[in-house]
Design a protein. Structure first.
Length: 200
DNA sequence: AAACGGATTGGCT
DNA sequence: GCCAATCCGTTTC
């Protein structure tokens, strides 16, 4: 049921960003299980990608996680407030990652409501990367965790989207990446209400 | 040593 | 629509 770690060693991060749509992301914290269907992702393509934290081969305490073997989580703090969850992919020393930007709640909706303090009837509950992490209880303690463990993992429930149901667009909030900001490396499910709605 | 700005969100105008 | 919240790696003095 859980995707094996070998799934994440695929070296084409664009393929995986698209393939992760429809997969189900789980967390279990103190016996509280929550899960959501991934409906929006972005690919961050290693040392050649100006939008990546690992651009130019940068290695810091924060980015060290990205250089690990595919199949671990990369969680960092954005704007000092929001935890953003990424799936590290490819092989060791090839710092590729997929940012999970939105999920459709599947299991543990009441727990998500408590964590987010908004009703599950509102799509904002898991829309946007900061909201996903908060709803699933993901914080910095999840950084570098293997994605086939008992606290966080991803399952294949056989949900498949046709090509025409998947939209690609430029990534969000990466204007600083200059020409790389225009690359169509964001993937989302057409019409899904949980897909984030940036102001751009 | 200090300033800057970001893979964002939600509350107030 | 605007803006504050507020941590941390990077840049600049």
């Amino acid at each position: 049921m859980k995707l094996p770690l070998s799934y994440y060693s695929q070296q084409d991060v664009l393929f995986l960003a698209r393939d992760l749509l429809g997969k189900v992301l789980f967390t279990e914290i103190n016996g509280e299980r929550t899960a959501g269907i991934i409906v929006e992702t972005e690919a961050y393509n290693g040392i050649q990608d100006k939008a990546s934290h690992a651009y130019g081969g940068r290695r810091t305490n924060r980015t060290e996680t990205l250089y690990g073997q595919g199949g671990i989580s990369y969680v960092y703090l954005c704007y000092g407030i929001h935890h953003l969850f990424n799936v590290v992919t490819s092989v060791e020393n090839d710092p590729h990652a997929v940012l999970i930007r939105a999920v459709e709640p599947l299991i543990g909706k009441e727990i998500m409501e408590t964590r987010r303090n908004i009703p599950a009837s509102k799509s904002a509950i898991t829309s946007g990367p900061g909201s996903v992490a908060k709803a699933l209880g993901i914080n910095k303690s999840f950084n570098k965790k293997e994605l086939d463990g008992s606290e966080i993992w991803i399952e294949d429930h056989g949900i498949r989207y046709h090509d025409e149901e998947i939209i690609t667009s430029p990534r969000i909030g990466v204007a600083y990446a200059q020409e790389d900001a225009l690359l169509p490396w964001r993937f989302f499910v057409k019409g899904n209400p949980y897909v984030s709605k940036p102001k751009q």
